[in-house]
Design a protein around this ligand. Structure first.
Ligand code: MEV
Length: 442
C-alpha cells in the first residue's frame, strides 16, 4: 500500500515535461534511465513543431509515432490520387494500393455525395402544459435563429448555416422529455465547435423565451446540448463496376465467373450474419480510418456513426454487391462527416501535408476519397478471402516483422523469404531457421 501511495501525485499537469517523464520512469518502470532516454528521443527536434503537437492534448510526455504511408493509383471520379494512410496494421496500405490499381485499369471508382447535413440536439424537460410548448414553438425558433445570427454569419457567407430546428416529443419514452433536433451545413469544416456553440445558444434563448411565455422560471430544464455524431444523411456512395469477363483470372486459375459469384456470396454473408458483418466492416474501416487519421479528422466520430448506420435494420454490411446482365457491381454506402479546414486539419503538420497531397480537396471531395479507400480496402480483403485466403499476404508481413525483431541481415531476410515461401511462418520456425543458418556460417 505504501508503494501504491507513492504513485499518487498532485500538480502533475503543471510539472515540466522532463519532470513528468522522470516521475513516470521512476515510479512505473524497472529501467528508468533507459525509459527517460527512449521517451525523450521521440521529441520533435524542432521546438516550435513540438509545441504544436503538445498543444493537441494534455500531460504530453512524448510523441507516439505511427507509420505514414501512401496508396497510389486511386482513380476516383476521373481524377488520380495518391492517398495518404496512417495505420499500424501491416498489409492495409498494400491491399488498398493493389485494389486501387486493379480498378484503375477497369474505369476507376465512382462516387456520389448523398448530402452533407450535420445534426445537433438540445435535450430538455418541459414541466408546464405541453400545449404551450407546441403552440409557441415557431416563436421560440425565430428567437433562437435571431440570437444565433451573429454566430452563424460567417458560415452563412460561406454557403452554410443552420438549416432547421425541429421539436421532438419523447414523453412516451421518458416523462417530460423533449428534444430540439437542429440541422446544419458546415461547408468544408467538420463544424463541431460551430454546432455546439449554436446549440448552447438555442438552449439559453429557448429557456428565456418560454419562461416569459409561461410566467414560470421552472417550466423548462435543459439537460444537455451537443452535436450528434450520427449523421445518416451526411453520406457518400462509392462503387466499381465492370463486365464479369473484364475481372480477369484469379490466383489458382479461378475464373472471373467463379470469383464474381464467390465475392457476391461473401458480401451476402456479411449482410446476413452480424459476426461476419463486424469483421467485414472492420476491414472497411481499416481503409477509412487510415485516411481519416492522416487528414486530421475524427476517426471515433466516423466509426461510431458508420456502425450505427450499419445497425439501422440489424447490424449488417456497409458494402453490397450485385451481378446483373454479366456486370459485376460492388458498392459502399457510408455516412462520413469530415472537414478539410479548421481544427487539426489546419494545425497538424502532417495532416496539412496529407491534404496537400490530395490537392487540397473540399470536404465533399474528401468524403469521396475516403469512401473510395474503404471500398478498395474491402475489395482487397474479400478478394483474398475468397481466393487464396488472407494468411498468404499477412504471413509475408508477419515474416518481415519477425525477421526485424530477430535482427536479421538483408541476406538472411532474402533467404528466409525464399525458405518460407511455401512453409508455415511462426516465431519459433523463423528463429530456428535463423539459428541454423547462423550456426552453419560460423
Ligand atoms: C483484418 O484487419 C481485416 C479483415 O479481417 C477484413 C475481413 O475479414 O473482411 C481481413
Amino acid at each position: 500500500m505504501k508503494e501504491e501511495n507513492q504513485k499518487k501525485i498532485s500538480g502533475f499537469s503543471s510539472m515540466r515535461k522532463r519532470d513528468k517523464i522522470k516521475w513516470i520512469a521512476k515510479n512505473f518502470f524497472k529501467d528508468p534511465d533507459v525509459v527517460i532516454k527512449e521517451l525523450s528521443s521521440y521529441w520533435h527536434s524542432n521546438d516550435d513543431q513540438q509545441k504544436i503537437l503538445d498543444g493537441f492534448s494534455e500531460n504530453t510526455i512524448s510523441n507516439f509515432p505511427m507509420p505514414f504511408g501512401v496508396a497510389p493509383n486511386f482513380l476516383i471520379d476521373g481524377k488520380t490520387y495518391c492517398v495518404p494512410m496512417v495505420t499500424e496494421e501491416s498489409s492495409v496500405v498494400a491491399a488498398a494500393s493493389s485494389a486501387a490499381k486493379f480498378w484503375m485499369d477497369r474505369g476507376g471508382i465512382q462516387t456520389e455525395i448523398i448530402d452533407t447535413v450535420k445534426l445537433g440536439q438540445v435535450h430538455f424537460f418541459w414541466y408546464d402544459d405541453p400545449a404551450i410548448l407546441l403552440k409557441h414553438f415557431d416563436g421560440a425558433k425565430e428567437k433562437m435563429l435571431e440570437n444565433t445570427s451573429d454566430i452563424a454569419s460567417n458560415m452563412v457567407k460561406r454557403g452554410g448555416g443552420i438549416t432547421d430546428i425541429e421539436l421532438l416529443d419523447f414523453t412516451d419514452k421518458k416523462k417530460n422529455y423533449y428534444q430540439l433536433k437542429a440541422s446544419f451545413q458546415t461547408c468544408d469544416s467538420m463544424g463541431a465547435n460551430f454546432i455546439n456553440t449554436c446549440l448552447e445558444e438555442f438552449a439559453q434563448s429557448m429557456t428565456s423565451y418560454y419562461q416569459n411565455i409561461s410566467g414560470k422560471d421552472d417550466c423548462i430544464e435543459i439537460i444537455m446540448s451537443i452535436l450528434s455524431n450520427y449523421t445518416p444523411e451526411c453520406r457518400v456512395k462509392a462503387w466499381v463496376e465492370c463486365p464479369i469477363s473484364a475481372l480477369g483470372e484469379f490466383k489458382g486459375s479461378m475464373t472471373a465467373e467463379v470469383f464474381a459469384t464467390r465475392f457476391n456470396d461473401a458480401i451476402e454473408i456479411a449482410e446476413i450474419d452480424q459476426y461476419r458483418a463486424t469483421t467485414h466492416n472492420k476491414g472497411i474501416y481499416n481503409g477509412i480510418d487510415s485516411v481519416i487519421i492522416a487528414t486530421g479528422n475524427d476517426f471515433r466520430a466516423i466509426e461510431s456513426c458508420g456502425h450505427t448506420y450499419a445497425s439501422e435494420n440489424g447490424y449488417s454490411s456497409l458494402s453490397h454487391c450485385s451481378i446483373d446482365n454479366n456486370t459485376f457491381k460492388f458498392w459502399l454506402d457510408v455516412p462520413m462527416a469530415v472537414g478539410t479546414v479548421g481544427g487539426l486539419t489546419s494545425l497538424h503538420p502532417i495532416a496539412k501535408r496529407s491534404l496537400e497531397l490530395l490537392e487540397n480537396p473540399s470536404a465533399k471531395e474528401l468524403m469521396s476519397i475516403v469512401a473510395a479507400t474503404g471500398l478498395a480496402q474491402n475489395f482487397s480483403a474479400i478478394r483474398s478471402l475468397v481466393t487464396t485466403g488472407i494468411q498468404e499476404g499477412h504471413m509475408k508481413m508477419h515474416l518481415k516483422n519477425i525477421l526485424r525483431h530477430l535482427e536479421a541481415t538483408d541476406r538472411e531476410y532474402e533467404s528466409a523469404c525464399l525458405y518460407f515461401k511455401d512453409r508455415v511462418v511462426s516465431f519459433g520456425s523463423v528463429r530456428d531457421f535463423l539459428q541454423k543458418n547462423r550456426q552453419s556460417i560460423s
